[in-house]
Design a protein around this ligand. Structure first.
Ligand code: ADP
Length: 460
């Protein structure tokens, strides 16, 4: 990480220097070329208009560092008359040759470099003779200035680089230290230590990551606890009916074999316990199938009213044998589109819970009503039991969750029923929920989409 930071700092500084060189140095030279072009044109005009006043024109530009000469055909300096020996030297034969070779059709050269100067020349007619106006501009100062600036830039660059190395080193150390400690903690968590705590408040994102990892830890712990609990529950729940089945089978064999009444009673216990076992195994299977998304939803249109009545009838034994009352308020022929088998499981689980947890009056209220001007069907099942505390409301839908000690009858379930309901309804994207308060009973509800009866075609 530190290496990348350094590389980035280095490239940024290089970029700044390059931009400086290309933009500043290049622009400066371009501007100088434009200027000497303009001066050359002006000097040529002066030579043609006022040949004797030329000195004045020529001197005018000296303050800008620009020298203007009028040369005769052999390279001798006609003007300025005070040309220094040094200047004369510069204008040697080679130089004149160079000017002549660069003249274009209009008698003008392009801007060309000679030594440290940039030059421009134009052929003119001076008092009947072929002469040349030569404009030169020394880039020496520019070069020197650019060089000095470059040195400063390099010094500044090195300082910036060193500072950025230091700063990035400190930051990267801090960052990697945080990441490393998190990764060490994660390894401990992976090894099964749920007491670990992810802490890092140096950076907002890292703090968020810490929170998320702490959340993951809690969830993993919860899930581990759940698994252990369900294993204990399921093995206990499996053991009880199996023991009962064995005991009653032995009883039939040894005691009640010839007594029809007793035998029937004992056989019924065996059947009930076998049913209980089958229900339990089915629940566990449903949950694991749904969790691994093995089961698909087979949507089709069906008569929900009939389905609900059918399920109520399955609870007939509770009404006949145990004095339960199922109060119904169900509209006729309501059709919905869903997976019939799964919805049947949802309603069965909700009715079963209501019966399990209802109050002394052993009454369960079931309603299925058309809602939202026929667009929706509202199913609700209400009991008169102890209700569910606010803090438990959101958790009852979790796998293996059981509120402690609110069971009216000996509990048959495993804490999987409502989780099955939740997963099925979520897979259908149907709204569902529960309204409950302690001491007031609970009402579980589901909203089904209503569809017209006439489109009742299998496979839709
Ligand atoms: P269980 O098999 O234990 O009934 P569920 O998943 O069906 O499991 O329900 C989870 C828990 O929610 C139950 O253990 C119970 O404590 C609570 N619960 C469910 N339905 C009701 C209800 N109608 N009234 C009160 N509590 C309920």
């Amino acid at each position: 990480m530190w290496g990348y930071f350094c590389l980035l700092a280095f490239f940024l500084i290089l970029l700044v220097e390059l931009v400086f060189y290309i933009v500043v140095a290049g622009t400066f030279e371009d501007k100088a070329c434009e200027r000497i072009n303009a001066i050359c044109n002006e000097a040529v005009r002066e030579v043609e208009v006022n040949p004797d006043g030329l000195n004045k024109t020529i001197f005018r530009y000296r303050s800008e560092g620009v020298n203007v000469y009028l040369l005769d055909g052999d390279g001798g300096i006609i003007s300025p008359s005070d040309a220094e020996a040094l200047e004369k030297e510069a204008l040697d034969a080679n130089f004149l040759q160079m000017i002549k070779s660069r003249l274009d059709a209009s008698g003008k050269t392009d801007v060309f470099h000679y030594g440290m100067d940039i030059n421009l020349a134009k052929q003119v007619n001076y008092k009947g003779q072929t002469s040349y106006v030569l404009v030169t501009y020394s880039l020496k100062i520019v070069h020197q200035t650019v060089k000095t600036l470059q040195i400063y830039l390099i010094i500044v660059g090195v300082i910036v680089l060193l500072v950025s190395l230091l700063v990035t080193y400190v930051f990267s150390q801090k960052l990697t230290r945080g990441l490393k400690s998190m990764s060490d903690t994660a390894v401990k968590l992976a090894e099964g230590d749920y007491t670990v705590k992810f802490t890092n408040a140096d950076y907002t994102e890292m703090a968020q990551l810490s929170d998320t990892l702490n959340y993951v830890r809690d969830e993993v712990k919860k899930s581990g606890d759940f698994q252990r609990e369900i294993l204990a529950n399921v093995s206990h729940d499996l053991k009880t009916p199996l023991t009962m089945i064995k005991a009653y089978a032995s009883m039939i064999k040894e005691i009640s074999g010839d007594n029809k009444e007793k035998r029937e009673k004992h056989l019924q216990v065996i059947i009930d316990e076998a049913d209980r076992l089958a229900g339990l195994v089915n629940d566990v299977l449903s949950v694991s199938k749904m969790q691994s998304n093995i089961e698909e939803i087979n949507f089709k249109v069906f008569n929900l009213t009939e389905l609900v009545y059918g399920i109520i009838n399955r609870f007939g034994y509770l009404q006949e044998a145990q004095g339960y009352t199922f109060m119904v308020d169900i509209d006729k022929d309501l059709y919905t589109r869903a997976d019939e088998e799964k919805i049947s499981q949802v309603i069965y689980n909700l009715l079963g819970n209501a019966a399990n947890y209802t109050g002394e009056d052993k009454t369960v209220y079931i309603s299925l009503k058309s809602d939202l001007e026929g667009k929706r069907i509202k199913f609700a099942v209400r009991d008169t039991g102890k209700g569910i505390a606010k803090e438990d409301l959101s958790e009852i839908w979790d796998r293996y969750y059981r509120v402690k000690e609110n069971h009216q009858r000996p509990v048959k379930g495993t804490g999987l029923g409502l989780n099955i309901v939740k997963v099925i309804l979520q897979n259908h994207s149907f709204d569902f929920g529960v309204d409950s308060a302690l001491g007031e009973g609970s009402a579980f509800w589901v909203d089904f989409p209503a569809v017209p009866a006439e489109i009742e075609i299998d496979g839709q």
